[in-house]
Design a binder for this molecule. Structure first.
Ligand code: FAD
Length: 438
């Protein structure tokens, strides 16, 4: 049995490690050159937040310790208002639980090393999939030396949001696909270390919520921060609207005043760094005939506002592995089972990720939100394990995403009921008091 994994990104490399443990012959095809050999291609975010779902997947193959060695735990959000003091909001009721800022490049390299070291795994860099016959597993690749061909018993597309494998399934098998792009994009900026030290608290994910725009910053092991600014891609208040260095500086002085002093290359970063697109990709089915399947962003790319895309891709790998266990290694049964188990969960996190954008850019700064969070943390302390916030269930547990949605809805109904009962009690007592005094 030989398996082709298309894409040596985060999901593809981890998948290769898991498949190797099953004694399969795995070839990973990657369009880029080896990122360990030179300057890695700049694509997505420089760093990302890895939380329990991702760590669980790494732990199962003994990689958690190595990945976590350079991780920077972030125990809450640090809110930066336009003026006034910073506001730290812990992620968990005990203030102890953390998501981890990890270098994307380092994580990918660790996974590549692990995949290449696994018996039966070969990685072919500089191989861009350009054609696939889903019926036979025959693949065509563009390489520096021209076109080359290969065939596999099973082909797994781990080639990201713009998946070529998904494109081939679309062309040959008429699968359904939707790609909903936000009218927001993102741009990365840098806050360097100051005298070898972090310029901001490295124990928090920093947020500058500004209503229709926002910026976040995550710490890096070299003591710098990578800021990601989210803003509309078009219109009068958008990335396109700042056309001169003076306009960029003015905008930051008005909306992100504390960043100006900390980011000496702000204007150059702004002018030279590209605007990335953000969107949600949904498709179905994820597989055909148990021979070709999709996984990770290739099956379900989501917006990054819950910090779950890679975590979710890693969790996919664990679930697929479990499906192979349960079907005695039959791909014909495991791939449909994987899709049945996973689709409602990836749909659920796609929805929660979109909702979290509004929470981060808008709500976190409001006193009502802070009050609600305070009450939520108190409830979590009063009913440990019985009342758990959405954030904790998503980031610090492996409870399936769809169950998280259902459970949070039940909790909110109970809370609304309790609130209504409390209010009714207060009204009855007040009416009784009025009657007594009149
Ligand atoms: P990718 O990372 O896209 O990897 C796909 C691989 O396939 C690449 O190596 C690519 O070169 C290769 N490839 C593509 N086409 C071909 C082809 N035709 N032939 C061969 N190879 C091909 N997730 C989190 O969990 N936490 C975060 O904090 C977080 N922050 C994010 C911030 C931003 C700004 C963005 C945009 C995303 C963020 N994500 C985060 C999401 C995360 O980056 C993705 O979910 C994750 O990278 C998906 O991994 P993947 O391996 O499925 O796809």
């Amino acid at each position: 049995m030989n398996v082709a994994v298309v894409g040596a990104g985060l999901t593809g490399c981890l998948l290769a490690c898991y498949l190797a443990r099953r004694g399969l012959d795995v070839t990973v095809y990657e369009r880029r050159s080896d990122p360990r050999a030179g300057t890695p291609e700049r694509g997505r975010s420089i760093n990302l937040a890895i939380s329990e779902r991702g760590l669980d997947a790494l732990r199962r193959i003994g990689l958690e310790g190595q990945v976590m060695a350079d991780a920077l735990p972030m125990r809450g959000r640090m809110i930066h208002p336009v003026d006034g003091p910073l506001d730290f909001q812990p992620y968990s009721h005990d203030g102890e639980m953390a998501i981890n800022s990890i270098s994307r490049g380092a994580l990918n390299n660790t996974l590549l090393d692990a995949a290449e070291a696994a018996p039966g795994v070969k990685v072919r860099f500089g191989h861009r999939l350009t054609g696939l016959d889903p019926a036979t597993g025959a693949m065509t690749f563009a390489t520096a030396d021209g076109e080359t061909h290969a065939t596999a018993d099973v082909v797994l597309g781990a080639d990201g949001a713009g998946s070529a494998v998904r494109g081939e399934l679309l062309a040959h098998r008429g699968i359904e696909e939707s790609a909903d792009f936000l009218d927001y994009g993102y741009k990365e900026l840098t806050i360097p270390a100051v005298d070898g030290e972090f310029a901001l608290d490295p124990g928090a994910l920093h947020i500058w919520p500004r209503g229709t725009s926002m910026m976040i910053a995550l710490p890096n092991p070299d003591r710098s921060f990578t800021c990601t600014m989210f803003w509309p891609t078009g219109g009068t208040a958008s990335f396109a609207s700042l056309s001169s260095p003076a306009a960029v500086e003015r905008h930051f002085r008005t909306h992100y005043p504390d960043v100006v002093a900390l980011a000496p290359t702000l204007v150059e970063d702004y002018r030279h760094n590209p605007v990335g697109l953000l969107g949600t990709v949904r498709c179905a089915p994820w597989q055909t005939d148990g021979r070709v399947g999709l996984i990770g962003d290739a099956a379900h790319a989501i917006v990054p506002f819950y910090g779950q895309g890679a975590n979710c891709g890693f969790e996919d790998v664990v679930v697929l592995d479990r499906c192979l266990d349960e079907t005695g290694g039959s791909w014909a049964r495991a791939l449909p089972l994987f899709e049945r188990r996973r689709k409602e969960n990836t749909d659920a996190i796609a929805e929660m990720a979109l909702a979290n954008f509004i929470e981060m850019r808008d709500k976190v700064a409001s006193p009502v939100y802070r009050l609600a969070k305070g009450i939520e943390h108190r409830l979590e302390r009063a009913f440990p394990g019985r009342y758990v916030s959405r954030y904790e269930l998503v980031s610090f547990s492996t409870v399936p995403y769809s169950q998280v949605k259902r459970r949070v809805r039940r909790q909110q109904q109970l809370l609304a009921g309790a609130g209504a009962a409390l209010l009714a009690g207060v009204i009855v007592a007040a009416v009784a008091g009025i009657r007594r005094t009149s």
